[in-house]
Design a binder for this molecule. Structure first.
Ligand SMILES: CC(C)(COP(=O)(O)OP(=O)(O)OC[C@H]1O[C@@H](n2cnc3c(N)ncnc32)[C@H](O)[C@@H]1OP(=O)(O)O)[C@@H](O)C(=O)NCCC(=O)NCCS
Length: 179
């Protein structure tokens, strides 16, 4: 399996992976919502605000993840949020997701990102180092419907201190249905 960065020339393939994976796991509506989110994210997010990483096995896309920038305008540190994550249905539970997230976090670390956040199942994301946080540590950009899913991982020495002020996510994530 190999891991690659970026989405150039592969937008449809990546969006289709999210649509089919989430349709299989959570139904057609969720598949459309997340596939649409990913297509929108790739189309509307400036390059410097988005990282896409893919897992390729045997020339086939088997997993993909996105990290997009969260701006804390009163804080100089660099923050990215991991969302969403998909591993092809017939390739799940083989470690692809964990390896891909670990790969992405290593890239972010090398690029000087201070803090990674995510919003999802703590049992799953704790496997790659994320820990539950509260909004005293990092304000969410929209109201969290499941605050127990708000998770963080410091990637630099300065990433251990709480983030100052309010936050703003990229346009594609600025949808209360997703939070
Ligand atoms: C969630 C998902 C990304 C995990 O990827 P994966 O490659 O199957 O996971 P891995 O093989 O790396 O890890 C498997 C481990 O995580 C656990 N796990 C898998 N999905 C989980 C979930 N949704 N919640 C909690 N634990 C989960 C497995 O039980 C397994 O645990 P073990 O190592 O103790 O046996 C994948 O199942 C998927 O795409 N699901 C549908 C879409 C989704 O829910 N995405 C996440 C929300 S954005």
């Amino acid at each position: 399996m190999e891991f690659i960065s970026g989405h150039a020339g592969r937008q449809s393939e990546i969006a289709n992976l999210f649509t089919s994976t989430f349709t299989d796991s959570e139904g057609e509506n969720e598949g459309k919502l997340v596939g649409g989110l990913v297509a929108d994210m790739m189309q509307t997010t400036p390059d410097e605000d988005l990282f896409a990483f893919s897992a390729i096995d045997n020339h086939t896309l088997v997993g993909a993840i996105f990290f997009s920038r969260l701006i804390y305008k009163d804080d100089k540190r660099t923050v990215f949020i991991l969302s969403p994550v998909a591993v092809k249905t017939d390739q799940q539970k083989r470690g692809v997701g964990q390896k891909l997230i670990t790969y992405g976090l290593e890239q972010l670390c090398e690029l000087g990102v201070d803090i990674a956040l995510t919003y999802g199942d703590p049992n799953y994301y704790s496997k790659t180092g994320f820990r539950p946080i509260t909004e005293d540590f990092a304000k969410a950009p929209l109201k969290l419907s499941q605050p127990e899913g708000w998770l963080g991982l410091p990637l630099s020495d300065s990433g251990h201190q709480p983030l100052i002020g309010t936050s703003q996510c990229v346009a594609a994530l600025n949808n209360k249905e997703l939070w």
